[in-house]
Design a protein around this ligand. Structure first.
Ligand code: MGD
Ligand code: MGD
Ligand code: SF4
Ligand code: MO
Length: 693
């Protein structure tokens, strides 16, 4: 038995350091590395099941589609044939239709910098392919936070043990950022109170000391209401605001429009509870708000996140160790992006497609996309407006290449499938968007089947296209060195050699992440007012707008008449405990534990529709329908339904996944995804239902 070390590559804030047991060249156990100061040897159930993911259901060699498109029938081919075919088709397309007829599609399959965003960008830049705006996860909220502070940096999670009040706002931390929950538990032992603000009573809400169940998309109103009370009761830190804020007076005036009586109606939280929360927040020090991605997956998610981000500035909470907020800490890891991605290889300006609108891009874009190269993502499951995405993937004239570890719903639509290595089979450099350690992982097992790492494949394609630039020869280590070649790392003496030896390096952080008065906002101060948002018809100070789907489905802004609309319920579809987005949804043991897709519905809504617990229901809107079992319980407010987990399509009775129902509208700022601003109707059963009962 050999013990080796690695890093979890998944798109999860925790970026755990891993300890791997190997027998005869095979991984037999994946656990945590107890020497890592933050993740401390504790990892989630998903990654403990990794041996099953590595050795079961892997794509082992390149294949070419052999049946009707989407049939899932393939024939084995050699790597040489696969690369020749891709390069050959692309050469034809480049000369006949132009380079923008080729488009990459990728997201967070691996968070390793090298296999996520280096050689791929170089290749597509050199080709002059259509560029992809990678917005599906967090751009709305990140931009919202940056409006206030200029950069994605917040409280160092380790400091949160000092906090006396921790608010988990729109984040299911117990399942999606488990080490933050562990640190909060430590704070609780020191007397901290934990609060959750969410649209359904999830695991985090049950574990918290107090839970506020809020109407979807109304967080901005709650934050303005809290600010109203803080200012009314003279609980703001006036000296701090005077010195370090910009546009505060206008913000103060705006908050007057949000007295607790009004906010109660907008949020579904009683006036008394809002008063209590505001006073507790203003008076408890240090106070820490962990802002999640859930609340920003709405039409109004960017501005709502901005509004919440301003609360610790209002109370001056940042001045206490463990006080402030955290949306993302990716700002602690500046990398030499130009060296990684080589934007200078782009010869002519290229068009950009927002990844949230993949269906539209494939079905409506003119001139059309003729070849799609998918890696690190499973758009047939994770992208919104799924029926349109599938229509696009089904186009006979679209040449689709999918580089994957496992036979996903997307891979089934490929013309060419390429086998991808897992992070245990390739080297990579890891940053975290939550904690502050830089990590490196070497391969720990031999490659399974004929799989190849992303960068290897992009290098082969570049070679086959005749690209001779030096950067297409770089190895993983070359790229890592280039990434770290900026003063931030150089001046601190941090090198790849050092990182390889130590496996992880903790970044030194100050008690407070900011140098007040020297923020990278336009004014250098904390911005309560931002000229950046004035375009697009938005106010330049935070204001609350209800999510657009309400407006669309109602024809007016009055929520109380929601029941008159054709699709009166708001559908929220966050991730679940056992899957990582759609990854692991094909791992048998985890899928078995996750049981089946369910729709949580409030007893009142269920009764109105004659729905009982366990009934099969049809959930529909203008984009399509799915069939799913109802779970009747008061874990959601009336008017809201929730279904967790990005299950593969085969798990739904008519083969339509949850994203059939989600909109591909873009968020207020940042062009982000609005998965949770979906309006639907739910009906009991269905006459011609093709299901076994
Ligand atoms: N186990 C597990 N962990 C994961 C992932 C996974 O799939 N599984 N995915 C990873 C990724 S890529 C991401 S982006 C993060 C996402 O993890 P989080 O940041 O936790 O975000 P979500 O789980 O999408 O949503 C969090 C909560 O927001 C709630 N919510 C929805 N709408 C609103 C609203 O309007 N207001 C409020 N206050 N709450 C709302 C949802 O009900 C949900 O419980 O997790 C990462 N970690
Ligand atoms: N309804 C709804 N939809 C959502 C969300 C939601 O909450 N609700 N969440 C959204 C969010 S926040 C996100 S981040 C996206 C996530 O969307 P994706 O980034 O597409 O996430 P995954 O489903 O994990 O798919 C990643 C795929 O990459 C593959 N992969 C892993 N490593 C490698 C590698 O090294 N090379 C290659 N070639 N492939 C690899 C994995 O096998 C997996 O199939 O989904 C979004 N979709
Ligand atoms: S998925 Fe998240 S919690 Fe699980 S091992 Fe990876 S980084 Fe850690
Ligand atoms: Mo995400």
């Amino acid at each position: 038995m050999e013990i080796r070390y690695s890093v979890c590559p998944h798109d999860c804030p925790d970026t755990c350091a891993l300890k791997v047991n190997i027998e005869n060249g095979r991984i037999v156990k994946v656990g945590g590395d107890s020497s890592h100061p933050i993740t401390r040897g504790v990892i989630c159930e998903k990654v403990r099941a990794y041996p099953e993911r590595i050795y079961g259901n892997r794509i082992l060699y390149p294949m070419r589609g052999a049946g009707k498109k989407g049939s899932g029938e393939f024939k084995r081919i050699s790597w040489d044939d696969a690369i020749d075919e891709i390069a050959g088709r692309w050469k034809e397309l480049i000369s006949e239709c132009g380079p923008e007829s080729i488009m990459p599609y990728s997201y967070g399959g691996t968070e390793g910098i090298i296999n996520k965003s280096s050689m791929d960008r170089r290749l597509f830049n050199k080709i002059g392919a259509t560029a992809l705006d990678r917005t599906i996860c967090s751009t709305a909220g990140s931009l919202g936070y940056q409006l206030a502070y200029g950069i994605s940096k917040g409280v160092n999670p380790l400091d949160a043990v000092n906090s006396k009040l921790i608010i988990f706002w729109g984040i299911n931390a117990l399942e999606t950022n488990m080490h933050q929950a562990i640190l909060a538990d430590a704070a609780r032992k020191n007397g901290a109170k934990i609060i959750a603000i969410d649209v359904h009573r999830n695991k985090t809400a049950k574990w918290a000391d107090d839970f506020y169940m809020i109407l979807p998309g109304s967080d901005g109103a709650l934050a303005l209401g809290i600010a109203n009370i803080i200012l009314r009761d003279n609980l703001a830190d006036k000296a701090f605001l005077e010195e370090y804020s910009y546009g505060f007076d206008e913000f103060r005036k705006k908050t007057m429009e949000y007295p607790p009586e009004r906010v109660a109606g907008l949020t579904g939280i009683s006036k008394e509870r809002i008063e209590g929360l505001a006073k507790l927040y203003a008076k408890t020090k240090p106070s820490f708000i962990r802002i999640g991605n859930g609340l920003q997956h709405h039409n109004n998610g960017g501005i709502n996140t901005w509004t919440i981000s301003l609360l610790p500035a209002l109370t001056g909470a940042w001045q206490d160790k463990g006080g402030g907020a955290l949306k993302s800490n990716s700002g602690y890891f500046p990398l030499n992006e130009d060296a990684l991605k080589r934007p200078n290889l782009i010869k002519n300006p290229v068009r950009t497609v927002n990844m949230v609108q993949l269906g539209k891009a494939l079905c409506e874009l003119n001139p059309p996309v003729r070849s799609l190269y998918v890696y690190n993502s499973n758009p047939a499951v994770v992208a919104p407006n799924q029926n349109l995405v599938l229509k696009g993937l089904g186009r006979e004239d679209l040449f689709t290449v999918v580089h994957e570890q496992t036979m996903t719903d997307t891979a089934k639509w490929a013309d060419i499938i390429l086998p991808a290595t897992t992070s245990f089979e390739h080297a990579d450099l890891y940053v975290s968007y939550w904690h502050t350690s830089l990590q490196w992982a070497d391969p720990v097992i031999p490659i399974v089947g004929e799989a190849k790492p992303n960068i290897e494949v992009f290098k082969l394609i570049a070679q086959s296209l005749g690209f001779t630039d030096q950067c297409f020869l770089d190895s993983e280590e070359d790229i890592a060195r280039q990434a770290l070649d900026i003063p931030y790392w150089r001046d601190n003496g941090i090198t790849l050699e050092m990182l390889k030896k130590e496996r992880f390096i903790m970044i030194d952080t100050e008690d407070c992440p900011f140098e007040w008065g020297k923020l990278s906002t336009p004014s250098g101060k904390i911005e309560f007012k931002s000229e950046k948002v004035a375009s697009g018809g938005l106010l330049n100070i935070p204001d609350y707008k209800p999510i657009k789907e309400y407006i669309l489905s109602l024809g007016n802004k009055n929520r109380t008449s929601r029941s008159e609309s054709k699709f009166p319920l708001i559908l929220i579809t966050p991730p679940n405990h056992y899957f990582l987005n759609s990854s692991f949804a094909g791992v048998f043991s985890l899928k078995t534990k996750a049981l089946e897709p369910l729709l949580e519905i409030n007893p009142k809504d269920a009764e109105e529709r004659g729905i009982s617990n366990g009934d099969l229901v049809k959930v529909e809107n203008e984009r399509g329908c799915i069939f799913i079992k109802a779970k009747v319980l008061d874990s959601v407010l009336p008017g809201v339904v929730v279904s967790t987990g990005l299950w593969w399509r085969e798990n739904y009775k008519n083969g339509g996944g949850i994203n059939v129902l989600t909109p591909d509208n873009l968020s207020d700022i940042g062009g982000g995804a609005t998965f949770f601003s979906a309006s639907v109707e739910v009906k009991k059963g269905y006459p011609n239902l093709p299901i076994e009962t």
